[in-house]
Design a protein. Structure first.
Length: 216
């Protein structure tokens, strides 16, 4: 009982940290270094795609890395709390030396990893200082996908990176988003694919409730 209560606390901490991580305005910082205010240029989206439109791939790529890394690190936090590696990673416990040892996947399930990625996406979409002016969380999802199921997401990420370098980044991102659940279904239970579907639904809702954007 004590271990379970302690695990619940760490799950909540990981989710809150993931939200804070997602709220880091990485793309806006990259743009400001080049004298661009994303909220007053392009479509006003403070995400990597607006940086790409304003600065080109050669100067925009760090924004993609930062936004994707937010989701990747959030997934890592979730897996640390669960106490197992991501699906498709090497076997063995990540947290055998930590105080919540025993809170393994059999006890908690893998849901905290997906919850942390979702929290990072919400942080990107609804930063506390400007909840109505966040991004669409596409890159946070893409980075989170790599952290959740690297075996399925990494090949797609390579394809997207190549397409981005060739000037087809928007199409590459769509390939990752829509192909990931299909690839995931080959290596995880279908109910985990359902969790991914919930994250994708969040992106769809963001596109519906905010003005149309190329991506975010």
């Amino acid at each position: 009982m004590v271990v379970a209560e302690l695990s619940d606390v760490w799950i909540l901490v990981a989710i809150l940290c993931s939200y804070a991580l997602g709220a880091v305005p990485g793309a806006a910082i990259v743009a400001r270094r080049h004298g661009v205010d994303l909220r007053t240029t392009g479509d006003g989206n403070p995400g990597a795609w607006n940086v790409l439109e304003q600065l080109g791939w050669g100067r925009a790529w760090p924004a993609f890395v930062v936004d994707g890394t937010k989701g990747l690190l959030a997934a890592a936090l979730g897996w640390v709390v669960v106490g197992t590696p991501p699906v498709g990673a090497a076997a063995g416990s990540l947290v055998g030396w930590l105080p919540w040892e025993g809170a393994d996947a059999a006890t908690l399930g893998a849901w905290p990893a997906w919850a942390c990625v979702g929290a990072a996406m919400l942080g990107h979409a609804f930063p506390p200082w400007s909840p109505r002016q966040g991004g669409k969380s596409v890159m946070a999802f893409c980075g989170g996908a790599i952290g959740l199921v690297p075996l399925a997401a990494l090949p797609l990420a390579v394809v997207a990176a190549v397409m981005g370098a060739a000037g087809r980044g928007s199409l590459g991102a769509r390939i990752v988003v829509f192909s990931f659940p299909v690839a995931q279904a080959a290596v995880t239970p279908l109910w985990q694919v359902g969790w991914t579907g919930m994250l994708m639904t969040l992106i769809g809702l963001l596109f519906l409730v905010r003005r149309p954007l190329q991506a975010a």
